[in-house]
Design a protein around this ligand. Structure first.
Ligand SMILES: Cc1ncc(COP(=O)(O)O)c(C=O)c1O
Length: 359
């Protein structure tokens, strides 16, 4: 029977599904989501729902959402492309600038989707190991570009999973050393760090920026991602993107989310809670935690294996993310900042998980 299955591309034969850890747990701090419930009923009245006609295709220009975001980000409305989550934005980027015979460069540990999309689109994947601390600087960027001659460079700023932001100079070095290559800056977490590189696009049209509604905008379930680029680069994306890739409902809710989210208040909240969690972790013997400007913290135990510690924390009701298999993140775990009560639960859980070893 199996010899009659269709044959996929040979280079995808050993490919495995992207898996997040989804074990049941009372406290879920594994996916860098916003922890407080954000029901859709906050955003659309019964009358507004009535006006959404599902028999019609969506506005392929994303209507109001486009003008609200252009206004907020002080860019021109023709600098935006929307996607079904920023993962789809990343995919679009790889479809346009990647592909067979081309090379993608990134610095690990970083978001694993860049490597996966490189493979999926048949690229040569150049994975430069930085390790931890994640110190990507202009010199390393230039050296890696000279070595690999990439067509695409992916820079996650601030970086998942390390939680820090590489210097702006490192991004500029990439844009200048490879002017005909695409420099994709993934700003999924940039609001938490308080800095966006959007202003660089005008002078450096090879820089494109991906943003998401899944983090500070508390709408991971909505699936809205945005690409911001020079209008001439957007034209290239527009020519190849699938029509109607963002639903009418998602566009309507996203416009309301964008107009009402109080980013400074959320960032202040995360900063306070992150500092509390970082302080708590710093008191635990054997734990090495990395400084973060995001809504998560990366850490490891000097002796205890990541998988064991992850399981022990889960036994106390808290699910975090084991990222120890991510290249360059040896023995590391990543905890999302949740509600104050969830963060307290996490600190108690890890303390208890470690106590048999300490005794
Ligand atoms: C760095 C980074 N980029 C992109 C994404 C994908 O986000 P989205 O939910 O918009 O697809 C994530 C999700 O965790 C992320 O960490």
């Amino acid at each position: 029977m199996t010899d009659r299955l269709p044959k996929p591309r040979e280079d995808l034969g050993a490919f495995r599904a992207y898996r997040t850890q989804q074990q049941p747990a009372e406290v879920r701090l594994q996916a860098n989501e916003w922890a407080e419930p954000n029901p859709v009923s906050r955003y659309l009245t019964a009358n507004e729902l009535e006006a959404i006609l599902l028999n019609r295709y969506p506005d392929s220009g994303a209507g109001k959402l486009r003008t609200i975001l252009a206004d907020q980000w002080r860019i021109s409305p023709d600098q935006l492309i929307f996607g079904n989550g920023s993962n789809e934005i990343l995919l679009q980027t790889f479809l346009v600038f990647g592909g067979a015979g081309r090379t993608v460069l990134f610095f690990t540990p970083t978001y694993t989707m860049y490597g996966r999309l490189g493979q999926i689109t048949g690229m040569t994947v150049a994975d430069e190991r930085i390790g931890l601390p994640y110190d990507v600087d202009a010199k390393r960027v230039r050296a890696a570009i000279a070595k690999h001659r990439p067509h695409m460079i992916c820079l996650c700023r601030p970086n998942n999973p390390s939680g820090n932001a590489m210097p702006r100079d490192a991004v500029l070095a990439a844009a200048e050393a490879a002017p005909e290559s695409l420099v994709l800056v993934d700003e999924a977490y940039s609001e938490f760090a308080g800095e966006s590189l959007l202003p660089l696009i005008a002078e450096h049209p090879n820089i494109v920026i991906a943003k998401t509604f899944s983090k500070v905008r508390a709408a991971a379930g909505l699936r809205i991602g945005v690409l911001i680029a020079h209008p001439r680069v957007i034209e290239i994306f527009d020519a190849v993107r699938l029509p109607y890739n963002v639903s009418t409902l998602a566009q309507a809710v996203a416009a309301k989310v964008a107009a009402t989210v109080n980013v400074p208040e959320r960032v202040a909240f995360i900063t306070r809670e992150r500092e509390k969690v970082a302080r708590g972790l710093s008191r635990l013997p054997g734990i090495e935690a990395f400084p973060s400007v995001t809504n998560f913290i990366l850490f490891r135990h000097r002796e205890r294996k990541a998988a064991d510690l992850h399981a022990a924390i889960l036994q106390h009701g808290v699910l975090i993310r084991d990222v120890s298999m991510w290249p360059g993140a040896d023995n590391c775990l990543r905890a999302t900042i949740g509600t104050p009560a969830e963060n307290d639960r996490f600190l108690v859980a890890i303390e208890r998980a470690l106590s048999p070893v300490r005794a």
